[in-house]
Design a protein around this ligand. Structure first.
Ligand SMILES: [Zn+2]
Length: 337
């Protein structure tokens, strides 16, 4: 059964939203005084997002940032009331590869505690800030398994992510990876999963690439943010007396994040007409079903040992340290290309 109770023959893609307050994160990045205060514009952005998904009759997965949820508990309630899946985006939106293993664990636990306080005790899924589970964080997947996650959606084989895992590997343990959509065009990686790429790449290119990925085995995962789907332009207001450096950085943020925002919801609407957009939870049900028979090639495929580099092998061993690693000789190649 599909999101919204519909069932049809269209290819499927997974729709996800990273719930973080742009004003909060941008304010912190530019050194704004009082950056952590709740921003009402964020509430309007989430409302616009929920309204759009309601019109499209789509149930998505919302990866909620802990410190944003603390500021806006009502927002999380509204997302859950619309029957979307709530998942964990950690607490402070700090890239995982800048943290130690224990720091990463603390951040995720804090994110989980924030959701727990809002009546969401055990979300199934996790996404790292800025897709930052990379070659530098081989311990992350074991920690996610220990914390009880059933899936992760942090892998983005993008040229812009330093040290990203080109051929994702994990042991066939309890955590399944749902990687972000990446097309291969003339042998080059083209991230088409969402975010800034949907604001700048030609619409036809994105449309065709995502449609092509959707007819291949597995599910292309798309990701957006409320600030991309909100109607009002983004503006980082500053308190009186902010210094010249902060004002210049804030101006740059608005210049950088506003162009192309209007295209995102239009393109998403077109995509929803061609594809069934489902939540991670629903995709996971299909993946787990497939694990009992022939695994989907893109999501879970066996990687012959002789095709792995020495770096990949060491990465596999590190990840194999986590729970569920008993059949460590069978590795899963999980990539969206
Ligand atoms: Zn994020």
């Amino acid at each position: 059964m599909l999101a919204g109770g519909r069932q049809d023959g269209r290819p499927r893609a997974v729709l996800t939203v990273d719930v973080e307050d742009w004003h909060q994160l941008a304010g912190r990045a530019v050194g704004r005084m009082g950056w952590d205060a709740p921003h009402e514009e964020f509430v309007r952005q989430v409302d616009d997002t929920l309204e759009l998904l309601g019109e499209l009759d789509v149930r998505a997965t919302f990866f909620v940032l802990g410190m944003t949820a603390r500021n806006h508990p009502g927002v999380v309630d509204r997302i859950a009331a619309e029957e979307h899946e709530i998942a964990c985006h950690g607490w402070a939106h700090v890239r995982a590869w800048t943290q130690s293993a224990s720091g990463f664990r603390r951040d995720v636990e804090q994110g989980l505690a924030a959701l727990d306080r809002l009546g969401i005790p055990a979300p199934s899924g996790y996404r790292a800030p800025a897709f930052s589970l990379t070659k530098k964080t081989p311990w992350a997947f074991g920690i996610l398994a220990e914390l009880g996650f059933r899936y992760d959606s942090s892998h983005y084989d993008s040229p812009r992510i330093p040290g990203c895992l080109p051929a994702f590997e994990a042991t066939p343990g309890p955590v399944i990876e749902l990687p972000i959509a990446v097309a291969r065009i003339r042998g080059r990686r083209l991230p088409v999963g969402g975010g800034s790429y949907w604001r700048v790449l030609p619409r036809r290119l994105i449309r065709n690439a995502v449609s092509q990925l959707a007819v291949e085995p597995g599910f292309p995962v798309l990701y957006f943010h409320p600030y991309e789907l909100g109607r009002a332009p983004l503006r980082l207001t500053l308190p009186h007396g902010s210094g010249a450096k902060v004002r210049a950085r804030a101006a740059w943020k608005t210049v950088r994040y506003n162009p192309g925002r209007g295209r995102v919801s239009a393109l998403l609407t077109e995509t929803a007409e061609r594809l069934q957009l489902v939540s991670c939870k629903e995709a996971l049900a299909h993946v787990e079903l497939a694990r009992g028979s022939t695994p989907p090639r893109r999501l879970i495929a066996l990687t012959p040992a002789n095709e792995r580099s020495s770096h990949d092998r060491s990465s596999t061993v590190a990840i194999a340290g986590g729970p569920g690693a008993a059949e460590g000789q069978q590795t899963l190649e999980i990539g969206s290309t």
